[in-house]
Design a binder for this molecule. Structure first.
Ligand SMILES: *[C@@H]1O[C@H](CO)[C@@H](O)[C@H](O)[C@H]1NC(C)=O
Ligand SMILES: *[C@@H]1O[C@H](CO)[C@@H](O)[C@H](O)[C@H]1NC(C)=O
Ligand SMILES: *[C@@H]1O[C@H](CO)[C@@H](O)[C@H](O)[C@H]1NC(C)=O
Ligand SMILES: *[C@@H]1O[C@H](CO)[C@@H](O)[C@H](O)[C@H]1NC(C)=O
Ligand SMILES: *[C@@H]1O[C@H](CO)[C@@H](O)[C@H](O)[C@H]1NC(C)=O
Ligand SMILES: *[C@@H]1O[C@H](CO)[C@@H](O)[C@H](O)[C@H]1NC(C)=O
Length: 439
């Protein structure tokens, strides 16, 4: 990595630390998805006995799909394919972590830059956190391809690392965005890595040994509130959230804080091991505090996995309440913006701690039909990109439930197939954001 981004030493240090933290998290995340819990993340039972032969020869025009372990001609289908060319090296990348676009729609992800204008290359993907210093040469560009900007971090962090990098990518360079923002061309929430992962599936499958029975889950709760945090400084809200947690404690909340920012609290089970969920589920509340506030849709696994999936009620600080409401199960979280002060929030949490019925209402969504929980069965992220490369409307064949439709019939369905353009990625990413978000 070159130090050519025009940032101070201190910022540079933050960037390295953050990249390290991000990479470690991604590796852990990717390994838990591909490893131990792989079965909970399988796209569809049909794919259990299916493996793919990724074409390496640019003359091939099809991809072989073997539909059973008995690899005979009868069991082999020949299907058309398109490549997603990942332009830059992403250390934590794995096929499954990218949403298995080859499985959901015949789009193998490749890194061979020689394929840039190959007839099968349908999209060129630039991952922003991995320092993409050299844009693809625009002379080689095929205009039926989608050049896609892939962002995983919030704008408050992106800004620190690479304001100069945005200048390397001219206006109209990108056709599409792939991020956690719902107004991305391809919506790719941070906690959802595969076509069919949803909080509903995690809960229904007892992800990570989680308790499925609501009554039993409630009985296990012997402690009040927990928070684990390892990033103590990076991001516009990183320091403020620590001060706020102290405010909650000063106002009487029984809040246990863990992680690198609180080294004296001792160690906790490794993230997403079964012991981790056993540990978390003893608590009634989890502080899902993001490192930036009021950034559009910036909601991470701190909410979806650490709290919702784990059976703990999240107390959220981060995106606006409406952003959470759009994706969260009904009556599933408490937003700090609803309270005038830390004292008021503590009073409400203490009330819920004392009123079993009122507390249990926050977990009632766990008994809902998974089909009624967002984003059940939707093709999102890489799967959405893949389908679009084949000219399929991203919204075809989506088993939206009726309840979901009623919640919002206009978003994000019925997006027309069209030419895709992102006039200025810099403007889209930053200009609409408040100073609170950017810090
Ligand atoms: C593609 O096919 C042509 C003609 O059969 C052959 O000359 C060429 O070597 C092939 N390319 C590759 C990469 O195998
Ligand atoms: C594999 O499938 C073929 C054709 O369906 C069949 O003839 C053959 O016996 C099968 N082999 C095994 C090991 O099941
Ligand atoms: C406890 O919560 C339930 C459900 O919200 C409510 O109906 C009841 O009045 C509450 N009890 C007290 C003592 O506040
Ligand atoms: C998602 O998974 C469920 C259950 O495993 C399955 O019924 C459904 O067809 C899957 N949807 C997609 C789009 O793969
Ligand atoms: C539904 O989505 C549309 C389109 O983005 C948005 O303008 C509207 O506010 C959403 N409505 C609700 C209730 O979330
Ligand atoms: C992608 O963007 C380029 C440059 O703006 C444009 O010429 C091309 O038509 C776009 N392609 C698609 C498929 O939208």
């Amino acid at each position: 990595m070159q130090k050519s981004m025009g940032v101070s030493n201190q910022n540079y240090h933050y960037i390295l630390t953050s990249l390290f933290v991000i990479c470690v998290c991604m590796v852990i995340y990717a390994s838990y998805i591909t490893g131990q819990y792989g079965e909970y993340f399988s796209i569809n039972p049909v794919h259990k006995h299916m493996h793919w032969t990724t074409p390496t020869d640019s003359n091939e025009t099809s991809i072989k799909r073997v539909t059973s372990q008995n690899e005979t001609a009868e069991n082999t289908q020949i299907l058309p394919y398109k490549y997603i060319l990942l332009w830059n090296k992403v250390s934590w990348f794995s096929r499954k972590s990218a949403g298995a676009a080859d499985i959901c729609g015949n789009c193998p992800i490749i890194r061979d830059r020689n394929q840039i204008n190959g007839q099968h290359t349908g999209a060129v993907l630039v991952e922003w956190e991995s320092n993409p210093q050299n844009p693809p040469n625009s002379k080689q560009r095929r205009f039926d391809q989608l050049y896609v900007w892939w962002g995983m971090e919030g704008p408050s962090i992106t800004k620190k690392g690479n304001p100069e990098r945005f200048k390397l990518y001219t206006d109209n360079f990108f056709n599409a965005t792939l991020t956690f923002r719902r107004d991305s061309t391809f919506y790719n929430p941070v906690w959802t890595w595969s076509g069919n992962i949803s909080i509903a599936n995690l809960v229904r499958n007892g992800f990570g040994g989680l308790e499925k029975d609501l009554g039993k889950l409630l009985q296990r709760k012997t402690k009040v509130a927990a928070w684990m945090v390892s990033n103590c400084a990076l991001g516009s809200n990183a320091k403020r959230r620590i001060a706020f947690s102290q405010d909650l404690i000063d106002n009487g909340l029984k809040l246990d804080r863990f992680g690198k920012c609180f080294p004296k609290s001792g160690s906790t089970p490794r993230r997403y091991e079964p012991e981790f969920f056993r540990f978390i589920e003893q608590y009634k509340f989890y502080m899902s505090f993001e490192n930036a506030i009021h950034c559009t849709d910036y909601i991470t696994e701190k909410f979806q996995i650490n709290a919702l999936a784990a059976g703990v009620v999240p107390v959220v600080m981060g995106a606006r309440k409406a952003d959470y409401q759009a994706i969260a199960p009904p009556h599933s979280f408490i937003h700090v913006d609803d309270f005038a002060s830390a004292k008021d929030l503590v009073e409400y949490l203490e009330y819920l701690d004392s009123n079993h019925t009122a507390y249990a209402e926050y977990l009632a969504w766990r008994t809902m039909d998974p089909y009624d929980l967002y984003p059940y069965g939707r093709h999102i992220g890489f799967c959405d990109l893949c389908r679009t490369m084949f000219g399929v409307s991203p919204d075809d064949h989506r088993p939206f439930s009726e309840i979901y439709r009623l919640r919002n019939s206009s978003y994000p369905a019925n997006r027309p197939i069209r030419q895709y353009h992102v006039k200025s990625i810099y403007d889209w990413w930053f200009v609409s954001q408040t100073t609170e978000c950017l810090g």
